[in-house]
Design a protein around this ligand. Sequence first.
Ligand SMILES: C[S@@+](CC[C@H](N)C(=O)[O-])C[C@H]1O[C@@H](n2cnc3c(N)ncnc32)[C@H](O)[C@@H]1O
Length: 205
Amino acid sequence: MSIFQYFSKDANKRAKYIFNTIAPVYAKVDHSLEKSYLRSMDLLSEEIDITGKTILDIGTGTGAWAAMFLDKASSVHGIDFSDKMLAVSTKKHPKIHFSEGNAEHLENIPDQSFDILTASFVLHGVTSDRRNKILLEMLRVSKEAIIIHDFVGKTPLFIRLLEFMEQSDYKNFKKQFYNELSEISQWQTKVIPSRDGSGLYIAKK
Ligand SMILES: C[S@@+](CC[C@H](N)C(=O)[O-])C[C@H]1O[C@@H](n2cnc3c(N)ncnc32)[C@H](O)[C@@H]1O
């Protein structure tokens, strides 16, 4: 792993480098996300019953969002392209099935093989062409719904700084993601803001 990857023109290489580098820190702070993630799960439970459902979490990182589904879902799987993030999640959440992979290329996963596909704080990080590729893959693999947990509304200052460092697409994401989701999915779509600059974008068949 070389620092030069941070300056790579290949956005995936850059993101992988960043998340591999910050994985040990992320592992120590991800419990601080719990309150906000639980609030989002409460909002989600008013929209979708996840009881007995099969879940695939894209860009699962340390597994903090995937773990929210464990109580009710029949199985939870997570995919990420950062081996260092996966090393953390595998240790932390033995009940979740983790594997390494790029969300833009889920070709080895058959159509409609999971009830629900989800992604938490992944899609704002990539440009709209990559985002659309990931969305198409999620829609193909999902039987009934996709749930995107990400920025909605005003973003706190320290997060804006982090997003600047990550060179993410969060500004465009906030402006255009709801329309992208509606147009690409042609499913029933809804956005549900939470209290802390995050929220849910839901597309149901
Ligand atoms: C900000 S973290 C969020 C982690 C987790 N979903 C959560 O909410 O705590 C973004 C994660 O997405 C992963 N990621 C970004 N782009 C990806 C891609 N194209 N394929 C697979 N993983 C990706 C990164 O490696 C990182 O672990």
